[in-house]
Design a protein around this ligand. Structure first.
Ligand SMILES: [Zn+2]
Length: 61
């Protein structure tokens, strides 16, 4: 038996939408949404942080 987690499907993409001035990202796999002010970091199905997300996080420092 194998339980598939959401992360097996995760595929993050930047959307054209802005939420309170922040770019909104959406996951095609599980339907999650993310903006840079969130406390967590989105991960792709393979565990990698999406490059566009990484860029935003780094530019915050
Ligand atoms: Zn997901």
């Amino acid at each position: 038996m194998r339980v598939r987690s959401c992360r097996d499907l995760c595929n993050w993409n930047r959307t054209p939408v802005e939420r309170r001035g922040e770019p909104l990202f959406a996951c095609r796999g599980c339907g999650s949404q993310w903006v840079p002010s969130e406390q967590w970091t989105p991960r792709e199905a393979d565990g990698a942080i999406p490059p566009a997300v990484l860029e935003l996080i780094r530019s915050d420092d």
